[in-house]
Design a protein around this ligand. Structure first.
Ligand code: ADE
Ligand code: ZN
Length: 355
């Protein structure tokens, strides 16, 4: 194990941008297909062909195939459990707010999805050190009216056993097909129901970040790389310390965070501008990554050492939707683990230090 590997493995992580459907391990995809009598006609490796996801449409088509295989409460239990244990705790993730996509499972009643996921969360918490809550993603390729209906459904099921674990909503799928302004009503309704809000902005213009903050009332932004193309918006986001939850590997493949050559140019610019950046893995097995690997690529490409990487995790503690006392406890756990995380002896490239 190299010193970078040892550092990223030991580093505590807080995961705020990870999709349940995108977390399904290849072997589980095959098991679910066999269970439901679905002929995939492709090996798991062919299905998870990371390079082809440079085209978001191709990625979302595969996501739909995987989502359609997760059908009953046992399936949701399994994929949630595996995402949190093998895909989370095993990589030092202490806390995850996992994003569900109800429209990605056609024909599945929301209570079935929720019941299965909550059972998986409870079992993962019992069997490992991870803790988790839920975010329900609105599919921006559907209408604003459908989004309003989904928010009503989410709010109606927040009571009962662990229902309050749904802390907020997100906005995902293809930004070109659903600009954020179409979802103002759904997001305002969510606010009235006491739900927190986040939304993806990966391919859209910097002005979408303003829509997220001012019209959707988001307390954080998923991706948001194009913010650095607008100095005024960047200045405002620095002043307000808006959290941006970036996903290096998936966004490099999609060419959202740079030129797709592993330079992670926009993430570096965001950090250098003083923005509050957090790091996560988006759809880890689908993009051939995991929570440690996303930190590893930044250490290797940008020369980030332990304290900068730890700053990303501490930013995620601030950005998460736990209450203040839970956040303080999480922060204490993170700080204690960072203190025993080995640093690399020197940075491969000049670095100004943590923010
Ligand atoms: N899952 C759903 N929408 C996504 C997106 N736009 N990027 C990555 N993963 C997603
Ligand atoms: Zn995402």
């Amino acid at each position: 194990m190299t010193s970078v590997d040892a550092m990223v493995a030991a580093l505590p992580k807080v995961s705020l941008h990870c999709h349940l459907i995108g977390s399904v391990a290849p072997a589980t995809v095959l098991d679910l297909a066999a269970k439901h009598g679905v002929r995939l006609g492709r090996t798991a490796e062919e299905l998870y062909d990371h390079g082809s996801y440079e085209d978001l449409g191709e990625f979302l088509r595969v996501l739909d195939v995987v989502g359609s295989l997760i059908r009953d409460a046992d399936d949701f239990h399994r994929v949630a459990y595996e995402s949190l244990t093998d895909g989370g705790a095993a990589h030092g993730v202490l806390y995850r707010e996992i994003q569900l996509s109800p429209p990605g499972h056609p024909g599945v009643p929301y209570p079935t999805l929720l019941e299965g996921v909550l059972a998986g969360v409870r079992d993962a918490e019992a069997d490992s050190d991870i803790r988790a809550n839920l975010v329900v993603g609105i599919c921006r390729e559907r209408s604003g009216a459908e989004a309003v209906d989904l928010v009503e459904t989410v709010a109606a099921h927040r009571k009962g056993t662990d229902g309050e674990r749904v802390l907020g909503i997100g906005l995902d799928y293809a930004e070109v097909k659903g600009p954020p302004g179409l979802f103002v009503e759904a997001f305002r309704l969510a606010a009235r129901h006491g739900l927190q809000r986040t939304a993806h902005s990966e391919s859209g213009p910097p002005a979408h970040v303003l829509t997220l903050l001012d019209e959707l009332g988001c307390s954080r932004v998923d991706h948001g790389y194009h913010v650095v193309d607008d100095p005024d918006i960047t200045t405002r986001c620095v002043a307000e310390q808006v959290p941006f939850v970036c996903t290096p590997v998936s966004s490099d493949i999609g060419r959202y965070s740079g030129s797709g050559d592993g330079t992670h140019r926009r993430i570096a610019e965001m950090v250098d501008a003083g923005l509050r950046v957090c790091i996560d893995s988006d759809d880890p097995p689908m993009f051939g990554t995991d929570p440690s690997h996303d930190f590893r690529v930044l250490a290797q490409a940008l020369g980030y050492r332990r304290d900068q990487l730890a700053a990303f995790t501490l930013n995620a503690v601030d950005a998460c939707w736990l209450d203040d006392s839970e956040k303080a406890a999480l922060r204490a756990r993170v700080e204690a683990l960072v203190a025993v995380t080995p640093d690399v002896p020197s940075a491969p490239s000049p670095e100004e230090g943590p923010r």
